[in-house]
Ligand binder design. Structure first.
Ligand code: IVH
Length: 651
């Protein structure tokens, strides 16, 4: 249960806070269901802070926090007719309304005397983010109500991006070499939580409202009446809704919309069934998570049938070989797909997937869909079974498969160009060192040209190195050098993310650096104390521990340390700590030039002199220190080794 608890939290964070899920909604729902079942079966182990008891995300630091007048709840999901029947049995009432469940993100809008004054995201259900300014830029949000009622009106609904807008946004992103949005929901969420207002206006978000808070105060007694009320006052509502007496009517609507929903122009992933008589809602009540008077009946993810033309193998950041099916292009859930994930060799064997097969593919959370099953009846006999290559397609190393692992790996961590390309892309990405300009193409060029052999090498490249990489002009090269230099001062958590420790993404890095505030305490932490960090768990703890036991990794970190990277999360008040102190350098330094060392001293308020006198406070003695060292000794001046000096400038 603890493991599930951590997993659900992890994925909820990726989904709600980062708008960047790693697993499909269906997989996430399955984890939540398993956890719920266990909590039901073993209530003695259920934790009060379980993610099943709260809704989704936390609020990001970028926006001001807003407390909701009444909690913004989620909905309980059902997936089968039986589960739907349970809902009707529990409620034992008549008169329902079916609405489409929009896959966007929930917001609350507040109008004062008909004027739009505040908009907020759901956040954790109690406290959300103030996104008023951003919603002001969304045309679909009325700034003024029609026939405005006096006083305060709060309405709730879903912000979304239509397929049409989504496709053109991704086209634009693609032309700029930016990472594409995986789906319209992520695009909508990513846009609404932007800080750059020009982007919001140009992306064109949409909104539908479905909830009138305190409806009875406006003389509204049913949900269908609420939708009418919203519409009459100029707020956009979905057209596709229907009143049903009972479960049979609901089932009919669900069936009819299964295909019709594809023509709506926006993503829906189910039908929300609500008791229409809203005067009964209060009495029926809610759990901490969802109302008891409504339920979401979710559609399974859409599938399409197509042919496998080839099975390609790519090498990932950690050397894992991933087979990818190259497909005859087919339309699926709004986009054209030509590649599908096959996960691993066992999966291919289990599903008996062969080159030339007709298969069913399905959209998961990522933009790349997955192969669900083979249409074995369509076989002609000339389909080719798949075998993993014996050698790495990128570097030719013999592929290994550890007995306890399902994955095949290229063991050449140190110099496989494919692994280095992927690591570098990740290292330079926004959540990592955020180095603008290093994307997939440049990363590939750097590794293939042999200019770099490890991540830290990119910091040692000269202007000439960059300009001799083809098509890089002097100006861009200068920009890159400046970017690289600036990246050294990124927050500690970014560095930990950038290292690419298996299982440690942005969220885990934040948890780890909160608990271990500098690199040494993190590197020296034992597995137990790592696993003790809330939200980390034994598997990731093991992975972190192992990472720091590897000699190459430690070497890399020491290189970063010597280059002056931020290696702790404490913002120590260092400015001016060398105020009034005079330093003299003698001999050669190994981790930086004497000029750089001098700059560091000055940055901290100190002075650098060229000769030793009684006024000298410190002499830093490097390799082959000469007469200055003996003079300092004779004057009894404090002498620092290079290590002592670098230690001093860090703390
Ligand atoms: S009613 C008090 N109606 O689905 C609960 N929600 O998975 C009010 N959603 O948090 C929710 N379409 O963001 C309702 N027609 C619809 C909806 C809808 C999408 C969202 C909503 C909710 C989430 C739950």
């Amino acid at each position: 249960m603890n493991e599930l608890y951590a997993l659900v939290k992890h994925h909820a964070g990726l989904y709600y806070d980062d708008d960047n899920p790693e697993i499909s909604d269906a997989e996430y729902d399955a984890l939540v269901r398993e956890l719920k079942q266990l909590e039901q079966d073993y209530p003695q182990y259920a934790r009060s802070d379980s993610p099943t008891q709260t809704v989704g995300g936390t609020s990001s630091v970028l926006f001001a926090k807003v407390e909701h007048s009444t909690p913004m709840l989620s909905l309980d999901n059902v997936f089968t007719p039986d589960e739907l029947a349970d809902f009707f049995e529990r409620l034992d009432a008549k008169g329902y309304i079916c609405e489409m469940k929009i896959d966007g993100l929930a917001v609350s809008l507040i109008y004062e005397d008909g004027i739009f004054v505040r908009g907020a995201t759901r956040g954790n259900g109690h406290v959300g983010e103030d996104v008023t300014e951003n919603l002001m830029l969304v045309d679909a949000v009325p700034k003024k109500l029609v026939d405005a009622p006096a006083g305060r009106v709060e309405v709730r609904g879903e912000v979304l991006m239509t397929w049409e807008r989504f496709n053109s946004v991704n086209k634009l992103k693609d032309s700029r070499g930016e990472k594409l949005f995986a789906n319209p929901r992520n695009a909508a969420a990513g846009t609404l939580r932007q800080k750059d207002s020009s982007v919001i206006a140009e992306r064109g978000l949409d909104i539908f409202l479905y909830y009138l808070v305190d409806a009875e105060n406006f003389g509204v007694k049913t949900q269908s009446g609420a939708l009418e009320w919203l519409s009459l006052h100029g707020l956009p509502v979905q057209r596709a809704y229907e009143l049903c007496d009972d479960i049979e009517g609901v089932k009919n609507f669900v069936e009819r919309m299964r295909t019709e929903r594809k023509n709506l122009g926006y993503v829906t992933d189910g039908v929300v069934v609500k008791l229409n008589d809203l005067t009964k809602w209060d009495e029926i009540g809610s759990t901490s998570h969802a109302p008891r008077w409504a339920v979401a009946y979710k559609y399974p993810p859409e599938e399409a049938r197509t042919k496998i033309l080839d099975i390609a193998v790519s090498v990932g950041r950690t050397g894992v070989l991933t087979p990818v099916a190259v497909l005859e292009p087919v339309r699926l859930a709004g986009t054209q797909v030509s590649r599908a994930g096959l996960h691993n060799a066992d999966e291919i064997a289990r599903k008996d997937i062969r080159v030339g097969d007709w298969v069913y593919v399905r959209k998961a959370a990522e933009i790349i869909p997955e192969v669900v099953s083979v249409d074995a009846g369509a076989r002609k006999g000339d389909e080719l079974p798949f075998t993993m290559p014996e050698r790495c397609p990128a570097c030719g190393s013999l592929i290994v498969r550890l007995p306890e692992e399902t994955a095949y790996r290229c063991p050449n961590r140190a110099s496989c160009p494919a692994q280095l390309t992927e690591s570098l892309k990740y290292f330079a990405s926004r959540d990592g060192m955020n180095i603008n300009g290093i994307g997939k193409k440049l990363a590939e060029k750097l590794t293939v040209s042999g200019k770099i052999h490890s991540l830290s090498d990119i910091y040692t490249l000269t202007l000439e190195d960059w300009t001799t990489l083809d098509k890089i002009g002097e100006k861009s090269a200068e920009n890159l050098l400046a970017e690289l230099n600036a990246s050294k001062s990124r927050p500690f958590a970014n560095l930990i993310t950038a290292l690419g420790i298996p299982g440690v993404g942005k969220n885990t890095a934040a948890l780890l650096t909160e608990r271990f505030s500098d690199i040494d305490s993190l590197m020296n932490a034992d597995e137990e104390s790592l696993a003790d960090v809330e939200g980390v768990g034994a598997v990731i703890a093991g992975s972190v521990h192992e990472f720091f036991r590897n000699e190459e990794n430690v070497k890399m970190i020491e290189t970063f340390r010597a280059m002056g990277f931020t290696m702790s999360s404490e913002k120590k008040n260092v400015i001016g700590k060398f105020e009034g102190k005079t330093f003299v350098f003698t001999g050669g330094l190994s981790s930086m030039t004497r000029d750089e060392a001098g700059e560091k001293v000055k940055a901290l308020g100190g002075r650098v002199a060229s000769s030793v006198s009684k006024k000298t406070d410190y002499v830093v003695a490097g390799e082959k220190a000469g007469s200055k060292l003996s003079k300092a000794e004779s004057l009894g001046i404090k002498i620092l080794s290079e290590d002592e000096f670098t230690e001093m400038i860090r703390h």
